[in-house]
Design a protein around this ligand. Structure first.
Ligand SMILES: [Zn+2]
Length: 175
């Protein structure tokens, strides 16, 4: 009898813990990534004038969402603030798993080597065939307000282009 009570209470405990964690995980999962044809994806985002708590909040949400996407096995190379509901010029580009670079007010200085590529976007269904540039020179600010210049090539360059397009309200199926 005692062992039956022990087994039942153990099962109840395990079920309780799992329910608690599933609810908890549900609450902490990122908000849904906005999907085409939501009109918010076609808005032109405004520049960040001052890097403040709101900027920090958006940046950490972006990192969180892209990390969740990565954890689910969908390779997330980058994400832009409009995809999570903020019409502001902030993007995240993956450096490595768990390490995402936040770029505020990214500006393209120079681009070269146009080539055909395949693109995927978390806001648009399917794979799209586009012509992209292989090489980019980009300027941006980090979360401390420091200015950076960077050269991006290949997959990172294609990602950068897609994320900057998001800030201008352009999707991969608009081409
Ligand atoms: Zn995209």
């Amino acid at each position: 009898m005692k062992s039956a009570i022990f087994i039942v209470s153990t099962i109840a405990f395990i079920v309780g813990i799992s329910v608690f964690f599933s609810l908890f995980t549900k609450k902490s999962t990122p908000k849904e990534i906005i999907q085409h044809p939501d009109s918010r994806l076609h808005e032109v985002s405004t520049s960040v004038k001052k890097i403040d708590l709101e900027t920090q909040k958006i940046a950490s949400e972006l990192k969180h969402v892209i990390e969740q996407v990565d954890r689910r096995g969908r390779i997330g190379l980058g994400m832009a603030a409009p995809q999570i509901g903020y019409s502001t010029r902030i993007i995240a580009i993956k450096k490595s798993f768990g390490n995402y670079e936040i770029m505020i007010n990214p500006e393209v200085n120079e681009k070269k080597w146009f080539f055909p590529s395949l693109s995927k976007c978390f806001s648009v269904d399917g794979i799209h065939f586009l012509k992209r540039y292989y090489w980019y020179s980009v300027s941006y600010q980090d979360l401390n307000g420091n200015k950076h210049h960077e050269i991006m090539r290949g997959a990172r360059a294609i990602t950068l282009q897609q994320e900057i397009d998001h800030l201008d309200g352009i999707l991969i199926n608009d081409y």
